[in-house]
Design a protein around this ligand. Sequence first.
Ligand code: A4P
Ligand code: MG
Length: 178
Amino acid sequence: MTDAPPAPSRLAPASPVQAYLGLGGNVGNSRAILGRAVTLLCDDRAVKLTARSSDYSTPPWGFKYQPPFINLCIAVETSLSPRALLTRAQEVELALGRDRAHEKRWGPRTADIDILAYGDLSCDEPGLILPHPHMFERAFVLLPLAEIAGDRTIAGRSVSAALAEVDSTGIQRLVPLP
Ligand code: A4P
Ligand code: MG
């Protein structure tokens, strides 16, 4: 009997792949925490930062009775497989104090890191769906993403056209920290 080949999400790419990640949080000093998350994620070797959006203050989505979030998006060039990138993102969430066991779905959290897209890969596996299944519904993702990738098409949809279709009311772009 031969072993099944590994899922594409477990294969390291032959050459670095461009991936987009969305970061958000609303517990603690979220701008500082998310800034630290970017530093921890991007080691300049396996994960190179190529673009970072501004920080945005965004009204809570999903569960409304919680403080506003800070959201931002980054673009990276990575030699990690999608699974390895997800593992790294989850390790960074943990290092920054995320406590999944006591969180409510869509409720308050210190740092949430979602992989929005990994090259042109499309997958739907337990624990990893790409592109991120909710990204096109969320202005808090599309506004920062459009700042760094407005001309990109993800899963056949233009990021800037998708942004025009969602409600961005209440979202504020923040001036850079000194
Ligand atoms: N998972 C599957 N695909 C992915 C992917 N592409 N990237 C799995 C990251 N994770 C992915 O995520 C649950 C599971 O999704 C993980 O085990 C992972 O294997 P989680 O981060 O543990 O749980 P969650 O964050 O509570 O669930 P979910 O559905 O990811 O929540 P969201 O979508 O992140 O929503 N409002 C504003 N304004 N800004 C926000 O950032 N965030 C949330 C959380 C709610 N409201 C918000 C914001
Ligand atoms: Mg998440």
